[in-house]
Design a protein. Sequence first.
Length: 181
Amino acid sequence: MNDVSDDSADLMMDFESDNYFMQMALREARKAYDAKEVPVGAVIVRDGSVIARAWNQVETLKDATAHAEMLSLTSAQNAVGDWRLDGCTLYVTKEPCPMCAGAIVHCRPDRVVFGCPDEKGGAAGGWINLLESNPPLNHRCDIVAGVMQEECVALLQSFFREARDKKKAERDLIKKRSEEA
């Protein structure tokens, strides 16, 4: 009986630490939101410590590859002094896209924990699964999906709702000006 309760405590602690680090990733995503970027944030953890953090900066840097995952992978590689991220966990608020999943496979973290799935373009099980592919690529990552999913989805939905509302207001203004002319 003791063994079962000890295992349950370990599982609960892992879940709680996943939540803890996902909260950090959400803070990064909020930075993206504030910068008018798609609000995705990422942190990379090794031995219980954050070694890298990033947020989407595609518009800011005018770089289509400046996804939170890509920026955090580069930062983590610099922190450990190697391109291999063995022993690391990547926390990201949205399921990685194929570009990011490919980079993740090559960097070799042990785990990828994400908040919300992307059924149309996710590459960690939503649309395809490059992280646990069969036949395997050069590395396989353990995946934990749905950590703080509601919060991650809410942030993305709010961002895209505001973007749609802004676009509609601009169209309405153009229409009004053309009617006045």
